[in-house]
Write a protein that binds this ligand. Structure first.
Ligand SMILES: Nc1ncnc2c1ncn2[C@@H]1O[C@H](COP(=O)(O)OP(=O)(O)OP(=O)(O)O)[C@@H](O)[C@H]1O
Length: 304
């Protein structure tokens, strides 16, 4: 693969195993400057391992990781990367301001400490000891540390866990601003609505492999299914409904029937052909969450 200095992240055939568990499996991936990229995947899919490899915290068994054409270590030493990880406590016994000041001092292209504190919404916590913070406040401090300087790539592992709604919105507004200024923002999340709303590219990992890569709209289309909802008069014949063409799942609750279908037109046609008279019929595309579940469960079934 050709890696240029204008490529933010390049994984080339990267694999990493822990004993017999292949956490990342021949992953090839390129991220470009200015992209906001969501990394999704079920528990154990390899998201954290992929981010650790990206940051040089773990070494691949095979394959190479390059950031801006350099090794992860070189890119980090040059201050090109800011990271906010799930793990790792904050240094005990210091105040928020002292910790942020230290992060700024260590960054080759630091921002002013006061700006970093206010952007993360922690100016009023400046004199608080970091071991006396709530979970959401600690997340904000981690966010401040990740944005202590002018980095070209910001890596976030489940950044909004524990944040309240207002903090979460302010956080994403800041991240969007960072991407608008040409930075690459890569975040792993379990909040699919955030990925849908924020990311211009979505990566779905499954057992260490890239299962899908595209815009949220493309991922929904790839799941290739639509949701059909309607009401039927009793008695409802579930066997007949399940036998309709292209039905991939069926849920009946009282008079309401919910069907996931890979060809909604054919399913609805079949419904009328059975002599059913659905009321309140709605056909809608899948949300990103449903598409994610459809893709990953189909892959589970395929590889079982
Ligand atoms: N240090 C380790 N030693 C052994 N196995 C590990 C280690 N770290 C991760 N694994 C295993 O590697 C696989 C990938 O884990 P990883 O933490 O990268 O996934 P993840 O997608 O971040 O999961 P989650 O969403 O649960 O945080 C899992 O099967 C996990 O059990």
């Amino acid at each position: 693969m050709t890696t240029t200095a204008t490529t933010a992240v390049a994984f080339d055939q990267v694999s990493k195993s822990y004993g017999t568990v292949r956490a990342v499996d021949a992953l090839t991936l390129t991220l470009h400057p200015g992209q906001t990229v969501a990394l999704l995947g079920p528990n154990g899919a390899g998201k954290s391992t992929a981010l650790d490899l990206l940051l040089g915290l773990r070494q691949p068994d095979t394959g190479t990781v390059r950031l801006f054409g350099s090794t992860p270590r070189e890119a980090i030493v040059a201050g090109r990367v800011g990271a906010m990880l799930q793990s790792g406590g904050l240094m005990d016994g210091v105040t928020v301001a002292e910790l942020v000041r230290l992060a700024c001092a260590l960054h080759p292209r630091p921002y002013a400490v006061t700006d970093v504190l206010s952007r993360a919404g922690i100016d009023r916590l400046a004199d608080r000891r970091v071991d006396k913070l709530s979970g959401g406040q600690s997340q904000r401090v981690r966010f401040a540390l990740a944005t202590a300087g002018d980095s070209d790539l910001i890596v976030l592992d489940e950044p909004t866990t524990g944040m309240d709604v207002t903090t979460r919105q302010a956080f994403w507004a800041t991240m969007r601003d960072q991407a608008d200024h040409g930075r690459t923002v890569l975040f792993a999340t379990h909040y699919l609505e955030e990925a849908d709303a924020i990311a211009d590219r979505v990566l779905v990992l499954h057992r260490g492999r890239l299962l899908a890569d595209g815009t949220a709209t493309e991922i929904k289309a790839k799941a290739g299914a639509r949701r059909i909802t309607f009401d039927l008069d009793a008695p409802i014949d579930e066997t007949a409904l399940r036998a309709l063409p292209f039905v991939s799942s069926l849920d009946v609750s009282g008079p309401t029937v919910r069907i996931r279908s890979t060809d909604a037109d054919a399913t609805v046609h079949g419904l009328y052909a059975q002599g059913s008279y659905p009321r309140n019929l709605e056909v809608a595309g899948l949300g990103l969450e449903e598409a994610f579940v459809a893709l990953t469960t189909a892959e589970e079934a395929r590889t079982a």
